[in-house]
Write a protein that binds this ligand. Sequence first.
Ligand SMILES: [Mg+2]
Ligand SMILES: [Zn+2]
Length: 222
Amino acid sequence: MEKIKEFPNKHIVFFDFDNTITTKDVLDGVIERFSKDDGWLRLEEKWKAGRIGSKECLEGQIKGLRATRKKLDDHLQTVKIDPHFKRLIEFLNSKNIKTMILSDNFDYILKRILKNNKINRVKIYANKLSMSNDRVKPSFPYSNADCGDCGHCKNTTLLKNVAEGATSVYIGDGMSDVCVSKSADILFAKGYLKRHCEDKDIAHIPFKGLKDVYAYFKRSLL
Ligand SMILES: [Mg+2]
Ligand SMILES: [Zn+2]
């Protein structure tokens, strides 16, 4: 393996959130738990079949939620994160490597979970939620009409944040990571994303958990 001896800080590391930092898909869990009826299932099927983009799917699913902030917070308290995430972030910070989370989930949910797990100093780009009583409203400040499919177009956000000459690292697992997978210089993939990369011959490093990513950086950053 090539060692990154000089300028490790020219790297920037991007994480997906659901199923990459967390051990389950948090947003799926929220939608299953708080949807007022099963309308969300039909949207999910359409999205998985590629008939609608994630933005249209999420917009409908979030509007169908009925949850007070308190109930949502209680639910989010049960979410578990990969035990190696914190160690990995601290290690990258100690090497002056910037870290960011790019998520097609929602900012409120991410912030809450990170706070519950005493993790700070990671920049978040995600869709936005506003709540009043038990109604929840989504907005998508990072969508990109040219890409079309994404609620949060992670590819657009990644490209905006990678300075000239810097090396981007992306770590993810799912359908929402497909659009960014072609741009990352170093791509860690598992699950759906790994199968997609295999099908499309996209160079990637397979991983099972963040322990593997931590080991990679420990070996490659002197
Ligand atoms: Mg994911
Ligand atoms: Zn996109």
